[in-house]
Design a protein. Structure first.
Length: 364
């Protein structure tokens, strides 16, 4: 079982652990709901060092990124980040990731822990014809400081003014790589660095009563924020258009070629599914695998949970395009009413529109 460099620190804080894709990670430190509410209303710190970091460099690094990602790094400037997916040749999603542009010859990619081999093999398969190279960086860890008080707290801890750092931008300071990104739907930062430096930040947060947050609250926060979990809400069997990710397939530059482009163009034309939010109007809990039914068509819940912020059972579901407004969910052989909603449910401490819209919104 893999462990992050903070494993002993988690134990010292009373963490309960779970196997997450081969990593022994904290699920909570006593109360998942309290941890969730801390991030929504105040601040919390996550250890996300199980995620993978890849650094790319070379004369054709930008051209490589434009080829392997569905989104286009040409749209961002140095010091900015971009959310994208990588797909196989058929358009199936291998992983979602964030790419950081240092300059036209240097990029950093952060991807999920569960897809390490698939992502690494994908890069290796496609890089041979480009004048660039890449390296996995296991010596680096990642902390996420999230919540409405994260800017003030992190600025004070690091002695930096982070007020001008825009969402999906980053800076490099004092051996640290600091980005305004996250997976919670709240304002927040992710800090990449060597273990020694990150341990200092973790210890300082704990000393200042900033609570550690486990994967349990991370999951309920991301569901409220309408963010996909790879391997759950999207797999290699799913394409971006049926996964609320049409906005990361950039077809604006007709001359840009990228992996699966032609297949994705055809999939977009023929797509018959969508990923939506569902809210249970009756007593019960939405769970992955439950059937969503309306008239003679069916969909399926991909993620379900109780929302501590909304005090309702909510979920993500992949359904036919025709399912709108209201439907039923099959729970323990009973049909219960659900409302079909746009995503995200929650952003920056506010419950968003509770009506369905035909075009997906961007949770990032």
């Amino acid at each position: 079982m893999n462990r992050t460099f903070l494993h002993r620190s988690h134990r010292a804080q009373g963490a309960k652990f779970v196997d997450f894709s081969g990593w022994e990670m904290p699920i909570h430190y006593g109360s998942q709901i309290n941890e969730h509410n801390c991030v929504r209303n105040n601040i919390g710190i996550f250890d996300v060092s199980h995620m993978n970091i890849f650094d790319f460099s070379g004369f054709e690094a930008k051209e490589f990124m434009r080829y392997v990602l569905t989104n286009d790094v040409n749209k961002i400037e140095d010091g900015h980040a971009l959310y994208s997916v990588v797909t196989n040749n058929e358009g199936g999603i291998i992983d979602d990731l964030i790419v950081y542009r240092l300059n036209s010859e240097e990029f950093r990619v952060v991807s999920n822990c569960s897809t390490f081999d698939d992502v690494k093999n994908f890069f290796e398969l496609n890089i041979a014809k480009f004048d660039c190279e890449f390296f996995h960086k296991p010596s680096l860890g990642i902390l996420a400081i999230q919540g409405p008080r994260s800017e003030i707290a992190l600025s004070n801890m690091l002695g930096l003014d982070l007020s001008n750092l825009k969402t999906f931008s980053f800076i490099k300071r004092n051996k640290l790589f600091i980005s305004r990104t996250g997976y919670t739907g709240e304002d927040g930062f992710e800090v990449i660095g060597i273990y020694k430096e990150l341990q200092k930040i973790w210890d300082l947060c704990i000393s200042e009563n900033i609570p550690p947050i486990g994967l349990g609250a991370r999951d309920t926060l991301r569901v409220e924020a309408g963010m996909n979990l790879n391997g759950v809400d999207m797999t290699i069997e799913n394409n971006p258009f049926e996964s609320n990710l049409s906005w990361v397939v950039d077809l604006s530059d007709t001359e840009r070629e990228f992996v699966a482009k032609q297949n994705l163009v055809e999939i977009k034309k023929l797509n018959k599914l969508k990923l939506v939010g569902v809210l249970l109007n009756e007593k019960g809990i939405l769970r992955s695998g439950q059937k969503i039914i309306k008239d003679d068509v069916e969909g399926e819940v991909t993620s379900g949970t109780f929302s501590p912020f909304m005090k309702k059972s909510i979920g993500l579901a992949r359904v036919p395009l025709s399912i709108d407004n209201n439907a039923d969910v099959l729970i323990r052989n009973k049909l219960l009413n659900v409302k079909i909603l746009s995503l995200p449910f929650v952003r920056k401490g506010k419950i968003l529109s509770l009506i369905h819209i035909s075009e997906p919104t961007r949770p990032y």
